[in-house]
Design a protein. Structure first.
Length: 267
C-alpha cells in the first residue's frame, strides 16, 4: 500500500517539480482571485480612459490636423460625441487592463506547464504584445497620415469635407487595431512550421502567394480604397512574412517523427 501511494504521488507530481498540490476547490478559489484582480485593473483602466478621454480623442485627431490645419470634426446628433467619448474610454480601459488580465491567466495556468512550455508561452505573449504595439505605432505615424491626406483632399475642390467625430474615430481605431493584428504575421508563420503544418521551405517557396495575400489582407483591413494606404500596410506584412520564415527555420524541429513500431500480427 505504501509503495502504491508513493508511486501515485510521483505520477501526480507537477511537471516543473515545484511539489505544490492543490485541490479542485483551491484551484477554483485561485481562479476567482486572479479574475478579480484582472477585473480590478480593467475597471481602473476604464477610469483612467474616462479621465483622459478628451486628450485621447485629441491625440487621435492629430494626424488629421497635420494634414488639414483647420480640421475640426463635427457631431450632428445629441448623443454622438458622448457615445464616441465612452467608446474611446472603453478602448483605453481595455488597452490598459488587458496586460494584467493576461498576466493573471498565465499565472493561473503556469503551474501546470513544463519549463520549456513556460518559455514558449511567455516568449509568445511578449512577442505578440511587442508586434501588436509596433503595428499600432506604424499605423498611427506611417499609414494614417497619407490615408487622411488622400481622403481629405480628394474632391475638396468641389466639396468641403465635414467629418463626423464618430465616423472619424471609428476609422482611425479600426485602422490602428487591424494593422496591429496584421503585424502578428511572424508568429503565425513560425507556429505553422513549429507544429509541422508547413515547413519553412514550403513557406519560402510560396512567397508569391504570400505577397498577393498580403495585399488582399491590406485591402480588407484598411477602410480606404486608395492604393497608397494599402501598399503602406501590405509592404510591412510582406517583410514580416519573410521574418516569420526565418523564425520558422530557427524553430522547426530538425528530427523527423519516428514511425510507430509495427505490431506483430496475431498467430
Amino acid at each position: 500500500m505504501s509503495q502504491q501511494t508513493t508511486d501515485s504521488q510521483a505520477q501526480a507530481s507537477p511537471p516543473d517539480g515545484d511539489g505544490k498540490y492543490m485541490t479542485i476547490l483551491e484551484h477554483l478559489e485561485e481562479l476567482r482571485r486572479r479574475i478579480f484582480f484582472g477585473a480590478v485593473f480593467v475597471v481602473v483602466g476604464l477610469a483612467v480612459g474616462a479621465y483622459f478621454g478628451k486628450r485621447i480623442i485629441g491625440f487621435l485627431n492629430e494626424p488629421a490636423l497635420r494634414m488639414v490645419p483647420n480640421f475640426h470634426p463635427t457631431f450632428i446628433e445629441p448623443m454622438e460625441f458622448i457615445m464616441t467619448y465612452f467608446r474611446v474610454s472603453l478602448l483605453a480601459g481595455a488597452v490598459i487592463g488587458m496586460p494584467m488580465l493576461i498576466y493573471q491567466i498565465l499565472m493561473f495556468v503556469s503551474p501546470g506547464l513544463t519549463r520549456q512550455e513556460k518559455r514558449w508561452v511567455w516568449g509568445t505573449v511578449l512577442g505578440a504584445s511587442c508586434l501588436f504595439l509596433l503595428g499600432c505605432a506604424f499605423a498611427y505615424w506611417v499609414a494614417l497620415p497619407p490615408a487622411l491626406r488622400f481622403l481629405l483632399s480628394f474632391g475638396s475642390d468641389v466639396a468641403t469635407p465635414q467629418i463626423r467625430i464618430g465616423s472619424y474615430i471609428d476609422f482611425v481605431t479600426r485602422l490602428i487595431f487591424w494593422t496591429g493584428v496584421c503585424f502578428e504575421t511572424p508568429l503565425v508563420v513560425m507556429y505553422l512550421s513549429r507544429f509541422r503544418i508547413l515547413s519553412w521551405r514550403t513557406l519560402l517557396r510560396r512567397w508569391r502567394e504570400a505577397v498577393v495575400a498580403a495585399f488582399a489582407l491590406a485591402a480588407i483591413v484598411t477602410p480606404t480604397i486608395d492604393p497608397v494606404t494599402q501598399s503602406l500596410v501590405a509592404g510591412p506584412i510582406v517583410v514580416l512574412y519573410f521574418l516569420g520564415v526565418f523564425l520558422a527555420w530557427l524553430v522547426e524541429p530538425r528530427t523527423q517523427p519516428q514511425p510507430a513500431p509495427e505490431r506483430p500480427s496475431p498467430a
